[in-house]
Write a protein that binds this ligand. Structure first.
Ligand code: GLN
Length: 485
Protein backbone atom coordinates (compact mmCIF):
# COMPACT_ATOMS: atom_id res chain seq x y z
CA UNK A 1 0.00 0.00 0.00
CA UNK A 2 2.96 2.30 0.52
CA UNK A 3 4.37 2.03 -3.00
CA UNK A 4 4.25 5.83 -3.22
CA UNK A 5 7.00 6.05 -0.65
CA UNK A 6 9.39 4.42 -3.09
CA UNK A 7 9.44 6.96 -5.86
CA UNK A 8 5.81 7.85 -6.44
CA UNK A 9 4.59 9.94 -9.35
CA UNK A 10 7.56 12.32 -9.35
CA UNK A 11 9.99 9.37 -9.40
CA UNK A 12 8.09 7.59 -12.15
CA UNK A 13 8.02 10.72 -14.33
CA UNK A 14 11.77 11.18 -13.77
CA UNK A 15 12.47 7.61 -14.92
CA UNK A 16 10.32 8.11 -18.02
CA UNK A 17 12.12 11.37 -18.80
CA UNK A 18 15.49 9.72 -18.12
CA UNK A 19 14.70 6.76 -20.39
CA UNK A 20 14.92 4.13 -17.61
CA UNK A 21 11.34 3.19 -18.36
CA UNK A 22 8.73 4.27 -20.91
CA UNK A 23 5.29 5.81 -20.75
CA UNK A 24 4.06 2.79 -22.72
CA UNK A 25 5.33 0.38 -20.05
CA UNK A 26 3.93 2.53 -17.26
CA UNK A 27 0.49 2.55 -18.83
CA UNK A 28 0.51 -1.23 -19.49
CA UNK A 29 1.47 -1.87 -15.88
CA UNK A 30 -1.40 0.36 -14.74
CA UNK A 31 -3.93 -1.56 -16.86
CA UNK A 32 -2.64 -4.82 -15.38
CA UNK A 33 -3.08 -3.54 -11.83
CA UNK A 34 -6.51 -2.15 -12.72
CA UNK A 35 -7.59 -5.55 -14.02
CA UNK A 36 -6.26 -7.25 -10.88
CA UNK A 37 -8.33 -4.87 -8.73
CA UNK A 38 -11.46 -5.22 -10.85
CA UNK A 39 -13.54 -6.42 -7.88
CA UNK A 40 -13.33 -2.96 -6.30
CA UNK A 41 -15.38 -1.43 -9.13
CA UNK A 42 -13.26 1.71 -9.02
CA UNK A 43 -13.50 2.37 -12.78
CA UNK A 44 -16.56 2.94 -14.96
CA UNK A 45 -14.61 3.04 -18.23
CA UNK A 46 -11.03 2.54 -19.39
CA UNK A 47 -9.25 4.50 -22.13
CA UNK A 48 -7.01 1.67 -23.27
CA UNK A 49 -6.54 2.68 -26.89
CA UNK A 50 -6.36 6.42 -26.27
CA UNK A 51 -3.96 5.95 -23.34
CA UNK A 52 -1.64 3.78 -25.44
CA UNK A 53 -1.42 6.31 -28.24
CA UNK A 54 -0.92 9.18 -25.78
CA UNK A 55 1.84 7.18 -24.06
CA UNK A 56 3.53 6.58 -27.41
CA UNK A 57 3.44 10.33 -28.04
CA UNK A 58 5.08 11.02 -24.66
CA UNK A 59 7.77 8.44 -25.46
CA UNK A 60 8.40 10.11 -28.85
CA UNK A 61 8.79 13.48 -27.14
CA UNK A 62 11.26 12.03 -24.66
CA UNK A 63 13.19 10.35 -27.49
CA UNK A 64 13.37 13.68 -29.34
CA UNK A 65 14.89 15.21 -26.21
CA UNK A 66 11.89 17.43 -25.47
CA UNK A 67 10.66 15.58 -22.37
CA UNK A 68 12.24 17.95 -19.85
CA UNK A 69 9.08 20.04 -19.53
CA UNK A 70 6.87 17.05 -18.69
CA UNK A 71 6.55 16.97 -14.88
CA UNK A 72 4.16 13.97 -15.10
CA UNK A 73 5.76 12.19 -18.08
CA UNK A 74 3.99 8.84 -18.49
CA UNK A 75 2.23 8.95 -15.11
CA UNK A 76 -1.15 7.17 -15.21
CA UNK A 77 -4.03 9.12 -13.66
CA UNK A 78 -7.56 8.03 -12.67
CA UNK A 79 -10.20 10.71 -13.27
CA UNK A 80 -13.61 10.98 -11.62
CA UNK A 81 -16.38 10.55 -14.17
CA UNK A 82 -17.79 14.05 -13.67
CA UNK A 83 -14.71 15.66 -15.27
CA UNK A 84 -14.83 15.92 -19.06
CA UNK A 85 -12.25 13.99 -21.05
CA UNK A 86 -12.91 14.56 -24.76
CA UNK A 87 -14.21 11.70 -26.83
CA UNK A 88 -15.12 9.27 -24.05
CA UNK A 89 -17.97 8.85 -21.61
CA UNK A 90 -18.59 11.27 -18.73
CA UNK A 91 -21.52 9.60 -17.02
CA UNK A 92 -21.51 11.36 -13.63
CA UNK A 93 -22.60 7.95 -12.30
CA UNK A 94 -26.06 8.68 -13.69
CA UNK A 95 -28.48 7.12 -16.16
CA UNK A 96 -29.11 10.68 -17.38
CA UNK A 97 -25.60 10.95 -18.85
CA UNK A 98 -24.93 7.26 -19.51
CA UNK A 99 -24.32 7.86 -23.22
CA UNK A 100 -23.05 11.46 -23.08
CA UNK A 101 -19.66 12.08 -24.71
CA UNK A 102 -18.15 15.55 -24.18
CA UNK A 103 -16.49 17.08 -27.22
CA UNK A 104 -13.86 18.91 -25.11
CA UNK A 105 -11.39 18.38 -22.27
CA UNK A 106 -11.81 20.02 -18.87
CA UNK A 107 -9.04 22.58 -18.30
CA UNK A 108 -7.56 20.31 -15.59
CA UNK A 109 -7.40 17.46 -18.14
CA UNK A 110 -5.79 19.67 -20.80
CA UNK A 111 -3.14 20.62 -18.21
CA UNK A 112 -2.53 16.97 -17.27
CA UNK A 113 -1.95 16.17 -20.96
CA UNK A 114 0.48 19.08 -21.37
CA UNK A 115 2.40 17.73 -18.37
CA UNK A 116 2.71 14.29 -20.00
CA UNK A 117 0.24 12.49 -17.70
CA UNK A 118 -1.97 9.75 -19.16
CA UNK A 119 -5.63 9.47 -18.17
CA UNK A 120 -6.17 5.70 -18.04
CA UNK A 121 -9.83 5.65 -17.09
CA UNK A 122 -12.87 7.31 -15.59
CA UNK A 123 -13.88 6.42 -12.08
CA UNK A 124 -17.03 5.66 -10.16
CA UNK A 125 -18.84 8.28 -8.08
CA UNK A 126 -22.12 8.95 -6.34
CA UNK A 127 -24.61 10.20 -8.94
CA UNK A 128 -23.58 13.77 -9.86
CA UNK A 129 -21.17 13.67 -6.86
CA UNK A 130 -24.03 13.62 -4.36
CA UNK A 131 -23.24 11.23 -1.58
CA UNK A 132 -20.59 10.05 0.85
CA UNK A 133 -20.21 6.38 -0.03
CA UNK A 134 -20.34 5.91 -3.85
CA UNK A 135 -23.45 3.81 -3.20
CA UNK A 136 -25.54 6.43 -5.04
CA UNK A 137 -23.83 5.55 -8.34
CA UNK A 138 -26.37 4.24 -10.87
CA UNK A 139 -23.73 1.62 -11.73
CA UNK A 140 -23.20 0.06 -8.28
CA UNK A 141 -20.87 0.91 -5.38
CA UNK A 142 -17.08 0.98 -5.21
CA UNK A 143 -15.54 -1.25 -2.54
CA UNK A 144 -12.93 -0.29 0.02
CA UNK A 145 -9.51 -1.81 -0.81
CA UNK A 146 -8.94 -2.53 2.91
CA UNK A 147 -12.23 -4.40 3.35
CA UNK A 148 -14.41 -5.09 0.30
CA UNK A 149 -17.56 -5.32 2.46
CA UNK A 150 -17.15 -1.63 3.33
CA UNK A 151 -17.64 1.56 1.35
CA UNK A 152 -14.72 3.42 -0.19
CA UNK A 153 -16.38 6.69 0.81
CA UNK A 154 -17.63 9.27 -1.62
CA UNK A 155 -18.37 10.82 -3.77
CA UNK A 156 -14.88 10.38 -5.33
CA UNK A 157 -14.74 6.75 -4.12
CA UNK A 158 -13.56 5.36 -7.46
CA UNK A 159 -10.53 7.63 -7.91
CA UNK A 160 -9.48 7.23 -4.29
CA UNK A 161 -9.88 3.42 -4.27
CA UNK A 162 -7.85 3.24 -7.52
CA UNK A 163 -5.01 5.21 -5.93
CA UNK A 164 -5.17 3.47 -2.54
CA UNK A 165 -5.18 0.02 -4.18
CA UNK A 166 -2.05 0.95 -6.13
CA UNK A 167 -3.68 0.84 -9.60
CA UNK A 168 -2.42 4.36 -10.39
CA UNK A 169 -0.29 6.82 -8.43
CA UNK A 170 -2.57 9.81 -8.97
CA UNK A 171 -6.24 10.65 -9.15
CA UNK A 172 -8.53 13.59 -9.71
CA UNK A 173 -11.79 13.93 -7.82
CA UNK A 174 -14.16 16.74 -7.01
CA UNK A 175 -15.07 18.39 -3.74
CA UNK A 176 -18.32 20.11 -2.89
CA UNK A 177 -18.47 19.06 0.76
CA UNK A 178 -15.64 16.59 1.40
CA UNK A 179 -15.82 14.21 -1.54
CA UNK A 180 -12.06 13.86 -1.89
CA UNK A 181 -10.99 14.05 1.76
CA UNK A 182 -13.62 11.67 3.16
CA UNK A 183 -12.85 8.74 0.80
CA UNK A 184 -9.12 9.48 1.23
CA UNK A 185 -9.61 9.03 5.00
CA UNK A 186 -11.61 5.81 4.47
CA UNK A 187 -9.09 4.26 2.04
CA UNK A 188 -5.79 5.48 3.50
CA UNK A 189 -4.77 7.98 0.80
CA UNK A 190 -3.90 11.68 0.70
CA UNK A 191 -6.76 13.89 -0.52
CA UNK A 192 -6.58 17.61 -1.26
CA UNK A 193 -9.40 20.14 -1.41
CA UNK A 194 -7.79 23.28 -2.85
CA UNK A 195 -8.88 26.85 -2.13
CA UNK A 196 -12.06 27.77 -4.05
CA UNK A 197 -10.80 29.29 -7.31
CA UNK A 198 -7.44 27.48 -7.26
CA UNK A 199 -8.39 25.01 -10.00
CA UNK A 200 -10.55 25.84 -13.01
CA UNK A 201 -14.04 24.32 -12.91
CA UNK A 202 -14.28 24.39 -16.71
CA UNK A 203 -15.33 20.87 -17.71
CA UNK A 204 -16.26 19.79 -14.18
CA UNK A 205 -19.99 18.98 -14.23
CA UNK A 206 -21.66 21.47 -11.89
CA UNK A 207 -23.20 20.40 -8.57
CA UNK A 208 -23.05 23.37 -6.16
CA UNK A 209 -21.24 26.03 -8.14
CA UNK A 210 -20.20 28.21 -5.19
CA UNK A 211 -18.61 25.16 -3.52
CA UNK A 212 -17.35 22.89 -6.33
CA UNK A 213 -13.62 22.45 -6.74
CA UNK A 214 -11.49 19.77 -8.41
CA UNK A 215 -9.35 17.97 -5.83
CA UNK A 216 -6.26 15.78 -6.08
CA UNK A 217 -5.38 12.34 -4.72
CA UNK A 218 -2.05 10.56 -4.18
CA UNK A 219 -0.48 7.99 -1.91
CA UNK A 220 1.89 10.64 -0.57
CA UNK A 221 1.57 14.32 0.21
CA UNK A 222 4.22 15.11 -2.41
CA UNK A 223 2.30 13.30 -5.16
CA UNK A 224 -1.02 14.94 -4.31
CA UNK A 225 0.78 18.32 -4.26
CA UNK A 226 2.57 17.64 -7.55
CA UNK A 227 -0.63 16.92 -9.46
CA UNK A 228 -2.26 19.99 -7.91
CA UNK A 229 0.64 22.12 -9.14
CA UNK A 230 -0.09 20.87 -12.67
CA UNK A 231 -3.87 21.42 -12.71
CA UNK A 232 -3.99 24.66 -10.67
CA UNK A 233 -3.96 28.22 -11.97
CA UNK A 234 -6.19 30.82 -13.53
CA UNK A 235 -8.26 30.05 -16.59
CA UNK A 236 -10.20 32.52 -18.73
CA UNK A 237 -12.90 29.87 -19.14
CA UNK A 238 -13.81 29.92 -15.44
CA UNK A 239 -14.57 33.39 -14.11
CA UNK A 240 -14.24 32.12 -10.53
CA UNK A 241 -10.70 30.84 -11.09
CA UNK A 242 -8.17 32.93 -9.21
CA UNK A 243 -5.24 34.86 -10.70
CA UNK A 244 -3.26 34.09 -7.50
CA UNK A 245 0.11 32.60 -8.60
CA UNK A 246 0.44 28.87 -7.90
CA UNK A 247 4.16 28.72 -7.12
CA UNK A 248 6.09 25.57 -6.26
CA UNK A 249 3.80 23.21 -4.34
CA UNK A 250 5.63 19.89 -4.20
CA UNK A 251 9.43 20.27 -4.13
CA UNK A 252 11.36 20.65 -0.89
CA UNK A 253 8.41 20.07 1.44
CA UNK A 254 10.77 18.56 4.00
CA UNK A 255 12.86 21.69 4.30
CA UNK A 256 10.26 23.32 6.51
CA UNK A 257 10.19 22.06 10.10
CA UNK A 258 7.17 22.75 12.34
CA UNK A 259 9.27 24.77 14.82
CA UNK A 260 7.66 28.16 15.22
CA UNK A 261 4.33 27.15 13.67
CA UNK A 262 1.12 27.62 15.59
CA UNK A 263 -1.33 24.75 15.11
CA UNK A 264 -4.98 25.25 16.05
CA UNK A 265 -6.90 22.55 17.95
CA UNK A 266 -10.64 23.26 17.49
CA UNK A 267 -12.74 22.03 20.44
CA UNK A 268 -15.86 21.80 18.24
CA UNK A 269 -14.25 19.06 16.13
CA UNK A 270 -13.66 16.69 19.04
CA UNK A 271 -17.16 16.30 20.45
CA UNK A 272 -19.76 13.58 20.63
CA UNK A 273 -19.81 10.84 18.00
CA UNK A 274 -16.07 10.84 17.26
CA UNK A 275 -14.58 7.34 17.16
CA UNK A 276 -12.06 7.05 20.05
CA UNK A 277 -9.36 5.65 17.74
CA UNK A 278 -9.69 8.72 15.48
CA UNK A 279 -9.47 11.04 18.48
CA UNK A 280 -6.34 9.19 19.62
CA UNK A 281 -4.82 9.54 16.12
CA UNK A 282 -5.38 13.30 16.15
CA UNK A 283 -3.86 13.58 19.62
CA UNK A 284 -0.82 11.62 18.51
CA UNK A 285 -0.36 13.82 15.43
CA UNK A 286 -0.76 16.91 17.63
CA UNK A 287 1.90 15.60 20.03
CA UNK A 288 4.34 14.89 17.18
CA UNK A 289 3.89 18.47 15.96
CA UNK A 290 4.52 19.74 19.49
CA UNK A 291 7.64 17.53 19.73
CA UNK A 292 8.78 19.10 16.48
CA UNK A 293 8.54 22.56 18.04
CA UNK A 294 5.06 23.69 16.97
CA UNK A 295 2.91 25.51 19.46
CA UNK A 296 -0.54 23.95 19.91
CA UNK A 297 -3.24 26.59 20.42
CA UNK A 298 -6.88 25.95 21.39
CA UNK A 299 -9.11 27.67 18.86
CA UNK A 300 -12.86 28.00 18.61
CA UNK A 301 -14.95 27.71 15.45
CA UNK A 302 -18.27 28.40 17.18
CA UNK A 303 -20.49 28.14 14.10
CA UNK A 304 -19.25 24.62 13.22
CA UNK A 305 -22.38 22.94 14.63
CA UNK A 306 -24.40 24.62 11.85
CA UNK A 307 -22.09 23.36 9.08
CA UNK A 308 -24.16 20.34 8.01
CA UNK A 309 -27.47 22.24 8.03
CA UNK A 310 -26.00 25.14 6.06
CA UNK A 311 -24.20 22.88 3.60
CA UNK A 312 -27.27 20.74 2.92
CA UNK A 313 -29.31 23.92 2.33
CA UNK A 314 -26.89 25.80 0.06
CA UNK A 315 -25.60 22.74 -1.84
CA UNK A 316 -29.05 21.34 -2.66
CA UNK A 317 -30.38 24.76 -3.69
CA UNK A 318 -27.54 25.17 -6.17
CA UNK A 319 -27.89 21.53 -7.25
CA UNK A 320 -31.62 21.89 -8.01
CA UNK A 321 -30.80 24.82 -10.25
CA UNK A 322 -27.81 23.15 -11.96
CA UNK A 323 -29.70 19.91 -12.58
CA UNK A 324 -32.56 21.67 -14.38
CA UNK A 325 -30.56 21.36 -17.61
CA UNK A 326 -31.06 17.55 -17.73
CA UNK A 327 -34.42 17.83 -19.39
CA UNK A 328 -34.08 15.35 -22.24
CA UNK A 329 -33.62 18.18 -24.73
CA UNK A 330 -30.04 19.33 -24.42
CA UNK A 331 -27.96 16.55 -22.91
CA UNK A 332 -27.94 12.83 -22.44
CA UNK A 333 -31.00 10.70 -21.85
CA UNK A 334 -34.34 11.42 -23.49
CA UNK A 335 -37.27 9.10 -22.80
CA UNK A 336 -39.71 9.64 -25.68
CA UNK A 337 -43.30 10.45 -24.77
CA UNK A 338 -46.45 11.83 -26.41
CA UNK A 339 -45.99 15.43 -25.31
CA UNK A 340 -43.28 17.68 -23.92
CA UNK A 341 -44.20 17.56 -20.24
CA UNK A 342 -44.50 13.78 -20.17
CA UNK A 343 -41.11 13.61 -21.90
CA UNK A 344 -39.63 15.80 -19.12
CA UNK A 345 -41.28 13.70 -16.43
CA UNK A 346 -40.24 10.35 -17.85
CA UNK A 347 -36.68 11.50 -18.54
CA UNK A 348 -36.16 13.05 -15.12
CA UNK A 349 -37.66 9.96 -13.46
CA UNK A 350 -34.31 8.31 -14.29
CA UNK A 351 -32.57 10.28 -11.51
CA UNK A 352 -31.84 8.13 -8.45
CA UNK A 353 -33.68 8.55 -5.13
CA UNK A 354 -31.06 10.86 -3.54
CA UNK A 355 -31.08 13.15 -6.58
CA UNK A 356 -34.86 13.38 -6.50
CA UNK A 357 -34.76 14.19 -2.78
CA UNK A 358 -32.23 16.99 -3.36
CA UNK A 359 -34.00 18.43 -6.40
CA UNK A 360 -37.28 18.61 -4.49
CA UNK A 361 -35.78 20.01 -1.28
CA UNK A 362 -33.53 22.38 -3.21
CA UNK A 363 -36.45 23.73 -5.21
CA UNK A 364 -38.38 24.17 -1.96
CA UNK A 365 -35.64 26.18 -0.20
CA UNK A 366 -35.40 28.48 -3.24
CA UNK A 367 -39.14 28.98 -3.65
CA UNK A 368 -40.92 32.30 -3.16
CA UNK A 369 -41.90 32.70 0.48
CA UNK A 370 -39.21 30.30 1.76
CA UNK A 371 -36.14 31.72 0.01
CA UNK A 372 -35.19 34.12 2.83
CA UNK A 373 -36.01 31.67 5.61
CA UNK A 374 -33.82 28.90 4.15
CA UNK A 375 -31.41 29.91 1.38
CA UNK A 376 -31.03 33.47 2.71
CA UNK A 377 -30.38 32.31 6.25
CA UNK A 378 -28.06 29.57 4.98
CA UNK A 379 -25.84 32.05 3.16
CA UNK A 380 -25.81 34.34 6.23
CA UNK A 381 -24.63 31.53 8.51
CA UNK A 382 -22.15 30.50 5.82
CA UNK A 383 -20.56 33.95 6.16
CA UNK A 384 -20.28 33.39 9.94
CA UNK A 385 -18.53 30.07 9.35
CA UNK A 386 -16.05 31.85 7.10
CA UNK A 387 -15.64 34.53 9.80
CA UNK A 388 -14.79 31.85 12.39
CA UNK A 389 -11.89 30.69 10.22
CA UNK A 390 -10.69 34.23 9.54
CA UNK A 391 -10.50 34.88 13.29
CA UNK A 392 -8.82 31.54 13.97
CA UNK A 393 -6.16 32.19 11.31
CA UNK A 394 -5.22 35.43 13.07
CA UNK A 395 -4.03 33.18 15.89
CA UNK A 396 -2.78 30.06 14.13
CA UNK A 397 -1.08 28.97 10.88
CA UNK A 398 -3.19 25.86 10.35
CA UNK A 399 -5.90 23.82 12.07
CA UNK A 400 -5.67 20.08 12.87
CA UNK A 401 -8.81 17.94 13.13
CA UNK A 402 -10.25 14.56 12.23
CA UNK A 403 -11.43 14.15 8.62
CA UNK A 404 -14.38 11.92 9.48
CA UNK A 405 -16.11 10.92 12.73
CA UNK A 406 -15.82 7.17 11.96
CA UNK A 407 -13.79 4.87 9.70
CA UNK A 408 -15.33 3.25 6.59
CA UNK A 409 -18.74 1.72 7.30
CA UNK A 410 -20.28 -1.44 5.81
CA UNK A 411 -21.93 -1.17 2.38
CA UNK A 412 -25.67 -0.77 2.93
CA UNK A 413 -25.44 0.42 6.54
CA UNK A 414 -26.47 4.04 5.89
CA UNK A 415 -27.94 3.71 2.41
CA UNK A 416 -31.52 4.22 3.63
CA UNK A 417 -30.76 6.86 6.24
CA UNK A 418 -29.91 10.18 4.55
CA UNK A 419 -29.26 12.01 7.81
CA UNK A 420 -26.78 9.39 9.03
CA UNK A 421 -25.09 9.62 5.62
CA UNK A 422 -24.95 13.45 5.75
CA UNK A 423 -23.35 13.34 9.23
CA UNK A 424 -20.25 11.76 7.68
CA UNK A 425 -19.43 15.19 6.32
CA UNK A 426 -19.52 16.98 9.67
CA UNK A 427 -15.78 17.81 9.70
CA UNK A 428 -15.34 18.43 5.98
CA UNK A 429 -18.16 20.74 4.84
CA UNK A 430 -16.94 23.84 6.70
CA UNK A 431 -13.79 24.16 4.57
CA UNK A 432 -15.96 24.10 1.43
CA UNK A 433 -18.41 26.63 2.86
CA UNK A 434 -15.51 28.90 3.84
CA UNK A 435 -13.62 28.31 0.57
CA UNK A 436 -10.35 27.49 2.36
CA UNK A 437 -7.88 24.71 1.46
CA UNK A 438 -7.81 21.44 3.41
CA UNK A 439 -6.06 18.09 3.14
CA UNK A 440 -6.61 14.65 4.61
CA UNK A 441 -3.71 12.33 5.23
CA UNK A 442 -3.49 8.81 6.66
CA UNK A 443 -2.58 8.33 10.32
CA UNK A 444 -2.46 4.64 11.24
CA UNK A 445 -5.47 2.41 11.67
CA UNK A 446 -8.22 1.64 14.11
CA UNK A 447 -7.48 -1.39 16.30
CA UNK A 448 -9.04 -4.59 14.93
CA UNK A 449 -12.01 -5.83 16.98
CA UNK A 450 -14.44 -8.73 16.64
CA UNK A 451 -16.79 -6.70 14.45
CA UNK A 452 -14.33 -4.51 12.61
CA UNK A 453 -10.95 -5.12 10.95
CA UNK A 454 -8.19 -2.50 11.30
CA UNK A 455 -9.24 0.39 9.07
CA UNK A 456 -7.41 3.51 7.85
CA UNK A 457 -7.80 6.77 9.77
CA UNK A 458 -7.57 10.21 8.15
CA UNK A 459 -6.47 13.40 9.87
CA UNK A 460 -7.25 16.80 8.42
CA UNK A 461 -5.29 20.06 8.09
CA UNK A 462 -7.11 23.26 7.14
CA UNK A 463 -5.35 26.54 6.26
CA UNK A 464 -5.87 30.10 5.05
CA UNK A 465 -6.78 30.85 1.43
CA UNK A 466 -4.15 29.86 -1.15
CA UNK A 467 -1.69 28.52 1.45
CA UNK A 468 -1.89 24.92 0.20
CA UNK A 469 1.89 24.74 0.32
CA UNK A 470 1.90 25.29 4.07
CA UNK A 471 -0.54 22.37 4.51
CA UNK A 472 1.70 20.19 2.34
CA UNK A 473 4.77 21.07 4.43
CA UNK A 474 3.01 20.20 7.68
CA UNK A 475 1.45 17.16 6.03
CA UNK A 476 4.85 15.95 4.85
CA UNK A 477 6.27 16.30 8.36
CA UNK A 478 3.34 14.31 9.78
CA UNK A 479 3.59 11.68 7.05
CA UNK A 480 7.16 10.95 8.17
CA UNK A 481 5.99 10.63 11.79
CA UNK A 482 2.85 8.58 11.10
CA UNK A 483 2.62 5.03 12.43
CA UNK A 484 3.78 2.59 9.74
CA UNK A 485 1.83 -0.50 8.87
N1 GLN B 1 -21.17 14.11 0.79
C1 GLN B 1 -21.49 15.44 0.39
C2 GLN B 1 -22.77 15.44 -0.39
O1 GLN B 1 -23.37 14.43 -0.48
C3 GLN B 1 -20.36 16.05 -0.39
C4 GLN B 1 -20.31 15.61 -1.79
C5 GLN B 1 -19.17 16.24 -2.56
O2 GLN B 1 -18.26 16.81 -1.97
N2 GLN B 1 -19.28 16.20 -3.87
O3 GLN B 1 -23.21 16.43 -0.90
Amino acid sequence: MSAGRFGGAAGLAASVRGGETTAAASVEAAFERIRAADGLHAFLSLREEAARSEAAEVDRRVARGSGADLPLAGVPVAVKDNIAVAGGPTTCGSRLLETFVPPFDATAIARLREAGAIVVGKTNLDEFAMGSSTENSAFGPTRNPHDPTRVAGGSSGGSVAAVAAGCVPLGLGSETGGSVRQPAAFCGAVGVKPTYGRVSRFGLVAFGSSLDQIGTIGRTVEDAALVLSVVAGSDPRDSTSSPEPVGELAAGLEDREPAGLRIGWPAEYFGEGLDPAILAACEEARDRLADGGAEIVDVSLPHSPYGIAVYYTVAIAEASSNLARYDGVRYGLRVPAGDLSSMYLKTRAAFGAELKRRIMLGTYVLSAGYYEAFYGKGTAVRARIRGDFERAFEQVDAILSPTTPTPAFPIGEKADDPLAMYLNDIYTVSANLAGIPAISLPWGRTPATVDRPALPIGIQLMGPDFLERRLFEIGRFLELQAPTE
